[in-house]
Design a protein around this ligand. Sequence first.
Ligand code: ATP
Length: 447
Amino acid sequence: MEDLVSLCKRRGILYQSNEIYGGLQGLYDYGPLGVELKNNLKKSWWAAMVYDRDDIEGLDSSILTHHEVLKHSGHVDTFSDPMIDCKSCKSRWRAEEIENNKCPSCGSSNLTEPRPFNLMFKTNIGPIDDGSNFAYLRPETAQQIFTNFKNIVDSTSRFLPFGIAQIGKAFRNEITPRNFIFRTREFEQMELEFFVEPSSADKWYKEWVKTRMEWWIKQGISKDNLKIFNVPDKDLSHYSKSTTDIMYQFPHGLEELEGIANRTDFDLGSHTKNQKDLNITANVDKNNTSNAKLAIQDENNNWIVPFVIEPSAGVDRGILAILNEAYKIEKLEDGKERLVLSLKSHLSPVKAAIIPLKKNNDEIVNNAIKLKKELQKTGIGRVVVENTGNIGKSYRKHDEIGTPLCITVDFETLEKNMVTIRNRDTMKQDQIKITEVVTFFEKYFQT
Ligand code: ATP
């Protein structure tokens, strides 16, 4: 973990947030390369969910959430972690971190009883702070998907089964943010709410666990480091009938990367008025104040409240897992070592670096800039000109940040129109005609 943290800071992937004022715990900023990596991961999820299928629509909803939404969803009453304080060393813990009734920091058994601590951030809306105009920063993106259910059904004429996908920030006032970006107070989720006929929920639940495992493997996570964990009934969230966690072997231990839950008709049912007319199975809040009927008609025009299967993945935990998988120290033939980030090429922050052999030769540099512009136009991703005049140093840097291709422009480019392309993983160098680089580049990123 220390090596990863140090690489991330050195190369501009992640920084501690608000660092110049001493930092704020549990918050991180994505730097110039981090934002590219994060955008690429989100793009890959969106493509797999929305573009490659025909049964999912997208949404980007507000972060500030009406307190009634989170009241009826159960979050106001139950979205809490039990918290324990050590009276000896004053440290604070989530109850699940305490083993054998001993403080993990000082070993004392002089601990408080567990007290529930609500994880939601509350804020004020508008200029008057009289305690009535409050809202919450959403603790999950899901609730606004449910509140928009009718809007989306009406505007897209969807029938079951279909899903709504959303990527966005979520906020939790975690008691113990820890382990770099694994547990933070502000993070991003990639969430799908997939609405199905209640009788087909178990089938879809299994299907989504499989689909999501396969997707993580395509992002470069090795199968051996992923484990499926069926959450025991006693540990299920208030809305869930069954939950499967996709666990990953993080540097600090085996922990949740994504959760797939069968949320039944709990959420749509909770936000629905006149529940008695509908066949809602979940134990929902009967004092609903919404004016909505979050239901859909089947082919016989009967109203049904669908069940929801929710695959909910953390963007930041995904980034941590992907960096951990990609980070490699390789022994070279000459006895030296190199650090290489062997990211899947669709995730690499920089797709290609164009390196002019001589930094003071205008003709070489101009050729490099021209080539960069042509490659940039393909829309595949960021291409940079690395005008340091030091090829060895540029290769080292681009190995460390996972750039798949380095393209050197030199005197042969001027004389014979040839460039040298170096492959990050094999370190093999091939000469190709400059006029063929765009096609080579496009083909490389297609596969
Ligand atoms: P945990 O048990 O680790 O606190 P959770 O079960 O509360 O996680 P969910 O409510 O299922 O998490 O949220 C879905 C996903 O959102 C998680 O699988 C995780 O990837 C991500 N996530 C949740 N909390 C955090 C956090 N504090 N920091 C970063 N990512 C998070």
